[in-house]
Design a binder for this molecule. Structure first.
Ligand SMILES: Nc1ncnc2c1ncn2[C@@H]1O[C@H](COP(=O)(O)OP(=O)(O)O)[C@@H](O)[C@H]1O
Ligand SMILES: [Mg+2]
Length: 875
């Protein structure tokens, strides 16, 4: 069978998108695959003819396939790799050894975690999720109670590849949501892998007999099914990688702060609304110096915790590090020298580590004592939990691994494992003996030239080697008379050159044979010894991953300390219960680039729900996000941007931005806004923090006010969450008079001589006017337009002042009766007869008037609003 036929045959047998087949020193792609790969990787296409046909062919060097694989996989291709399984040149066999997919790419080129996710739903809407990072051996599982919760987790982990379970496949809606909310490749894997029996078996096989029970979930339930499917998929694509999966870790919804996908986006935790990472919270506070540290900090920020003991532990460590600048510098210096130990351990376990990888393991382990020294420099630090991070480790066993590697590996190993030079002298007796032999032959060779010059009395003589002639003695033609030719053991001519002649001798030939033999034996032995060493290290992958995690954690803690120290952040008081008091708080990202005006925030009796008003651009959105981010940072264990803060641990942070305000994302429909509002009203509890930014704005004014009104009441009466609601509906400021725990705050602005100055200070009470026209003026809207706006505004105010309750002069205020929570009768308003309502509208108004907002569940209210809207047609 020709090469191309073999390729096509192997391709038939795999469901991968592309096949890379090893042919000698290259991985070749043929036919359609060659064209695809050439285009993606920008490679030359050549022609290969076979059995009378001609096929396109493209190839990449075997030694350098990693970046190519990574590039293909980044583009979403699943690539099968067929290696030569037999070196025998006459009888080369090839088989697909592994399929590299976005979620199982061991050779990841960036430092971010790379997750494979499996997600499955049982009939009763209970969900199971598994997240695997094969590059570090992390394997985490959880369950979810609803699709929204499952999507939230998927968003949080941002997997590269998702395996949706069976049944969900036909559910285009779910797949659609996944496509929209994640960048993952969706892989429809063998449904049998999700089968409860098979999955349970796979989990036991991989993690041990007690593994399923240790998860504390139903043995046949969705969590185990997802975990088993993930294990099965890894086994199918790249069984070698399984060895790096050393433990399975369940996590529950109880221990972390609920941050749904929309909130993560609104708060710009890891990515800004426009999609980049610059300007996100993470990029602002990330001063980590190692890949593992960066991953850990990202995980902390997207998964804040409610575990007070854990938070206090982190705070104490951050505090001790923040207060010890010299020790912190020393620590971060040391951590800057560590390699990605979690990943290196995984590579060793799966038999993929090369000599450089193991050297890096050695060098990283050598940093541990330095890290320990840095942590011992000040008494405070030595007694802090930062020190305990190291104390958890089996330092002796780790030092043992370091010593073993130091005693084994040569300093500058070759890239490939097939040459000698991987290992150093003193590691293995047999190898030492070969090296001694080799050296003896070399010395003989090296001194041959000078010996022969002396013996023969010639000056132009040298010893050298090349490919065709092997080793030879070369003598200048003027002196060849001195060469003893003929007899045994003497010179034999092999080649005449213009000025000199090449000879060999019996002994030289013998030595040459010996050298080749020794070299080959040495290479074989070294390869064997190296494989043993790698396996030995691989067996200690768990220990090394532990160490990698500890170093990552220290890096993340030091990074938080660094940021706290550089930005004068303070340690928040974390408490159980309701408190939330921030003194002179700042926005952690905005304060980096702006002269930031600090603001207080206080929640409690009488001010659990705060209506935030203020002119456009005054700082409402910034203020609310700042409160959310301070709370979030506190629950990461970080210090916070404030003069002081007392923070009752929250169970969730929910933010929603009204459709008009959500500029990016292209999802600005009112329906989405309402779905999201509905989710908050369901999910938030009295321990949550809710931030609503102009919610209700995506519809007509009356609708908007009604919804905002009802939502506020529901949050106040039923949910009892700490809430901030920025709104331009000044009507809502009236709520403070009727609901005990609603208070008004406003972002102050000053008007002088027709100019608005934003003070950016948040004060109690409502604003009394809109500064829109002034902002228009500031923005350079032509003077006549600004003038005309002023006139119109004044006229509107005059007309409606009569009806207005309170001090606000907004048009809608006139017809909306705050006390009764309803609209005043339009006709009694003295409205234009042309505005007289048709009977339909009257009916709607009657119903509207009859609604008891306190008694009606918000979802029903929304339904009714929708109904009214449709009955009112275009109006
Ligand atoms: N406390 C503050 N100190 C300094 N600048 C601020 C502050 N609050 C907001 N800003 C700036 O003011 C601008 C408008 O803020 P934003 O919160 O969007 O206003 P609003 O939501 O009231 O329209 C932003 O560019 C922001 O950077
Ligand atoms: Mg705003």
């Amino acid at each position: 069978m020709g090469i191309v036929e073999e390729f096509l045959d192997l391709k038939e047998g795999t469901d991968a998108d592309l096949l890379a087949m090893q042919v000698g020193d290259f991985y070749e792609f043929f036919a359609e695959d060659a064209r695809t790969v050439a285009e993606v990787l920008d490679l030359q296409v050549s022609e290969k003819s076979s059995h009378g046909s001609s096929y396109p062919m493209a190839g990449v060097p075997v030694d350098d396939i990693t970046p190519y694989l990574a590039a293909l996989v980044e583009r979403g291709y699943r690539v099968a790799v067929a290696e030569q399984t037999d070196d025998d040149a006459d009888d080369i066999e090839r088989a697909v050894e592994r399929v590299v997919t976005p979620g199982t790419l061991l050779e990841s080129t960036d430092a971010d975690a790379r997750y494979l996710a499996a997600v499955v739903r049982d009939a009763d809407d209970s969900w199971g999720l598994a997240f695997v990072d094969v590059t570090t051996g992390q394997f985490r599982v959880t369950s979810a109670e609803s699709r929204a919760e499952a999507v939230t987790e998927l968003y949080r982990f941002a997997p590269a590849e998702i395996l949706p379970g069976p049944g969900r496949r036909t559910d285009d809606d779910f797949l659609g949501v996944l496509r929209e909310r994640t960048d993952a490749t969706l892989t429809l894997h063998d449904a049998g892998a999700f089968d409860a029996g098979r999955a349970t078996h796979a989990v036991r096989e991989q993690f041990g007999d007690g593994a399923v029970e240790s998860l504390g979930v139903d043995a046949e339930g969705p969590t185990v099914r997802a975990a088993g499917a993930a294990v099965g998929y890894v086994a199918d694509t790249d069984a070698g990688v399984l060895a790096s999966l050393t433990r399975i870790q369940p996590f529950g919804a109880d221990d972390h702060v609920e941050l749904d996908a929309t909130t993560q986006r609104n708060l710009e935790l890891a990515e800004t609304m426009t999609g980049g990472s610059d300007g996100s919270l993470l990029s602002t506070v990330d001063h980590t110096v190692s890949a593992g540290g960066g991953r850990r900090l990202a995980a902390w920020l997207t998964r804040p915790t409610r575990d007070l003991a854990e938070l206090e532990r982190r705070q104490a460590a951050v505090g001790a590090l923040a207060d010890s600048p010299l020790a912190r510098d020393a620590l971060r210096d040391a951590l800057g020298d560590v390699y990605d130990l979690e990943r290196l351990a995984s590579r060793a376990a799966s038999g993929r580590a090369d000599a450089t990888d193991l050297l890096r393991v050695r060098d990283t382990l050598a940093v541990l004592p330095e890290v320990a020294d840095a942590l011992a420099t000040t008494p405070d630090l030595a007694e802090s939990p930062a020190r305990d991070v190291l104390a958890r480790l089996d330092r002796e066993a780790l030092a043992g691994v370091g010593e073993e590697l130091a005693g084994a590996l040569a300093e500058d190993p070759p890239k490939t494992l097939s040459e000698g030079g991987l290992l150093c002298e003193g590691y293995d007796d047999e190898l030492d003996a070969l090296l001694a032999e080799y050296r003896e032959h070399r010395e003989w060779l090296d001194s041959l030239a000078s010996r022969e010059k002396d013996r023969l009395g010639v000056t132009h003589l040298r010893v050298d080697r090349n490919k065709t002639d092997g080793h030879y003695v070369q003598v200048g033609n003027s002196e060849t008379d001195a060469v003893p030719d003929g007899g045994d053991g003497e010179y034999r001519e092999i080649k005449q050159l213009k000025n000199s002649t090449r000879y060999t001798t019996g002994e030289l030939e013998e030595r040459e044979r010996e050298i080749l033999r020794v070299e080959a034996e040495r290479a074989d032995l070294e390869r064997e010894l190296f494989a043993e060493l790698r396996e030995w290290v691989g067996e200690r992958a768990g220990l090394l991953q532990e160490a990698g995690r500890a170093l990552a954690e220290l890096d993340a803690l030091a990074s938080l300390a660094e940021h706290a120290a550089a930005n004068r952040w303070v340690r928040p008081d974390l408490v159980e219960g309701d408190d939330l008091a921030i003194e002179a708080g700042r926005h952690p990202v905005v304060e980096q680039t702006t002269e930031f005006v600090p603001n207080d925030a206080t929640f409690g009796e009488g001010r659990r729900f705060q209506v935030v008003t203020g002119p456009n651009m005054s700082g409402k959105s910034t203020y609310m996000r700042q409160v959310a981010l301070v709370v979030l940072l506190a629950q990461v264990g970080s210090y916070v941007p404030a003069d002081a803060a007392r923070i009752g641990v929250v169970d969730g942070i929910y933010t929603r931005v009204g459709a008009l305000d959500e500029l990016a994302g292209g999802r600005s429909t009112f329906m989405v806004e309402m779905q999201e509002l509905s989710r908050i009203l369901h999910a938030a509890t009295g321990d949550s923090l809710v931030i609503l930014d102009e919610v209700g704005r995506g519809t007509a004014t009356y609708d908007g006010i009604s919804i905002a009104w009802a939502a506020t009441e529901y949050l106040h009466n039923e949910v009892r969450a700490k809430s901030l609601f920025a709104t331009h509906y000044h009507e809502l400021t009236g709520l403070a008079d009727h609901l005990a725990d609603v208070a008004n705050v406003h972002v102050a602005a000053e008007e002088r001589d027709g100019d608005v100055t934003f003070l950016r200070t948040v004060r109690d009470g409502a604003t009394d006017r809109s500064y829109g026209v002034h902002v228009a003026d500031l923005a350079g809207v032509p003077d006549p337009v600004v003038e005309r706006s002023r006139n119109v505004l004044d006229r509107l105010r005059d007309e409606q002042a009569v009806e207005a309750k309170g001090s606000a002069g907004e048009s809608v205020q006139a017809v909306f009766d705050v006390e009764r929570g309803e609209f005043a009768d339009a006709e009694a308003d003295g409205g234009d007869p042309e505005d007289a309502l048709d009977p339909d509208a009257e009916a709607v108004l009657d119903e509207l008037q009859d609604v008891d907002v306190n008694e009606t569940p918000p979802v029903e209210l929304l339904g009714r609003v929708q109904d009214w809207q449709s009955r009112l047609g275009d109006e």
